[in-house]
Design a protein around this ligand. Structure first.
Ligand SMILES: [Zn+2]
Length: 104
């Protein structure tokens, strides 16, 4: 899931929270989604965000591994930005206007 984390009186940051252990994902992660048994392809619906080490445990707790398909979190982020037509330079401009600094 994506959750807003408050970091100051008037500021916050969006974070991916692992849908298995409920801890922030601060390094590499995976995105899991159900496989449609009729087609064998991805089913339209909810995506689940996971630490790589929580991925297998999440899938095992919710059916078998064969019920799930996955994508690397970095690919998911690129596709999300692409589908919203967000331009990196526009995001940088807004960040500068609002005084938001990205974490290194
Ligand atoms: Zn986790």
């Amino acid at each position: 899931m994506i959750k807003l984390i408050k970091v100051g009186k008037y500021s916050w940051k969006p974070m991916f929270i692992c849908d298995y252990c409920n801890e922030p994902i601060t390094e590499d992660g995976d995105v899991e989604f159900k496989v449609d048994p009729a087609t064998g392809g991805p089913m339209t619906g909810i995506s689940f965000h996971l630490h790589k080490e929580c991925d297998y445990k999440f899938c095992s707790a919710h059916g078998s591994r064969a019920d799930w398909a996955w994508e690397d979190l970095s690919v998911f982020l690129r596709l999300l930005a692409q589908n919203t037509h967000v331009k990196p330079e526009t995001a940088m401009t807004w960040n500068e206007m609002l005084g938001i600094e990205a974490e290194e």
